[in-house]
Design a protein around this ligand. Structure first.
Ligand SMILES: Cc1cc2nc3c(=O)[nH]c(=O)nc-3n(C[C@H](O)[C@H](O)[C@H](O)COP(=O)(O)O)c2cc1C
Length: 333
């Protein structure tokens, strides 16, 4: 596990190895606040310090963008004491910690938020998991407010002591809804006409977040690069977007895809999004995370050897076996 165990630089920080625990929502919060169950969950996964980087679960930047009843909040300063405890618990295990910040857009439910959801256009979410409400089309003032909410949330993540922040623009949530032609039917400068327009909201968010956290704090973007669906975004789009995000000052690209979830239809091969990460890695200098379908340390090492990515995310395998990092980083499996 030579490459997997080698350090990697993300912006101004160095992470000790290339194993990432990707964000995995566990729906344990009450009113958005961190509780002992969160601390126990992350401590159990990080015990032994075998994971290089932990990205904590998606946390909502405002109530209208809340995706689920038990989701964590970064929407107000009330969350700071809990977020501090969470960052501390991961650091105590000697792992680096980023926090993912998110707005669910049209994938938020009125039953959870008490509000009508918003999105790029008045289009029902092409996701099957839940009974979605028809979203309202965001106007420019609404977009600007959410950009500010992301920036405030990122400031809190830094204040809580995390090592970096990840902006969620995947899995059919709001920023992904603007990027994807499946849900963006607008004709203005945020519209589906060209990549500059589809990415404008995300780029404005990156810029506001940078302003809020300063030049040295790492910013990651989880990009749902390709929808793998008819008339959806393509691998070419993903490469173009990655280049633009690097230019905008993003320090780390966390690649995912599949508008309706984090899966690629009919493909569970280890590193199933490498058809995106490999061409992206050839075009950008910032590190790229590949997540999806990886079950062993050997698979991680092979994907790194083949230059498919710079870091490997392992989600469900760690979720079901907390000893996975210890077993696999030692090279036993
Ligand atoms: C229970 C669960 C919750 C998840 N929650 C999030 C999340 O909050 N944010 C996110 O970007 N991805 C989320 N994901 C997707 C994972 O980060 C990861 O991309 C996915 O599980 C595929 O990787 P794997 O095959 O190693 O599990 C979640 C996945 C699972 C299984």
């Amino acid at each position: 596990m030579q490459i997997l165990n080698s350090p990697v630089t993300i912006g101004k920080i160095t992470v000790k190895n290339r194993l990432v625990m990707p964000p995995m929502a566990n729906e344990k919060a009450r009113d958005g606040m961190v509780n002992q169950q969160h601390i126990d969950f992350y401590t159990e996964k990080c015990k032994g310090g075998h994971i290089g980087l932990v990205i904590t679960e998606h946390s909502y930047v405002n109530i209208q963008g809340k995706a689920g009843k038990g989701q964590l909040s970064v929407a107000s300063d009330d969350c700071l004491p809990g977020m501090k405890k969470l960052a501390d618990s991961i650091h105590q295990c000697s792992c680096a910690a980023f926090a993912q910040i998110s707005h669910a857009g049209g994938a938020a439910l009125t039953a959870v938020t008490g509000m009508v959801p918003v999105s790029a256009s008045r289009v029902m979410m092409p996701r099957r998991q839940k009974e979605y409400d028809m979203p309202l089309r965001l106007d420019k003032e609404g977009i600007k407010q959410i950009v500010r909410d992301f920036a405030d949330a990122a400031r809190r993540v830094k204040e809580a002591g995390f090592d970096g922040v990840e902006i969620h623009s995947a899995h059919g949530y709001l920023l992904n809804q603007f990027y994807s032609p499946l849900t963006n039917k607008r004709e203005d400068e945020y519209g589906a006409g060209c990549m500059e327009n589809r990415l404008r909201f995300l780029l404005e968010t990156v810029s506001a977040v940078r302003e809020a956290v300063g030049p040295d704090f790492p910013i990651a973007v989880r990009l749902g690069g390709c929808d793998y669906a008819e008339d959806g975004s393509s691998i070419r789009d993903a490469v173009q977007a990655a280049v633009m995000l690097e230019k905008a000052g993003v320090d780390l690209l966390d690649i995912s895809g599949g508008f309706c979830s984090y899966r690629k239809p009919d493909d569970e091969t280890p590193g199933y999004f490498s058809d995106m990460t490999q061409p992206i890695k050839q075009r950008v200098k910032i590190p790229v995370i590949l997540t999806g379908g990886v079950h062993s340390g050997r698979q991680c090492e092979k994907l790194l050897e083949e230059s498919k990515a710079d870091l490997i995310g392992v989600g469900r395998a760690i979720l079901t076996d907390s000893a996975w990092p210890q077993k696999n980083m030692a090279g036993r499996l």
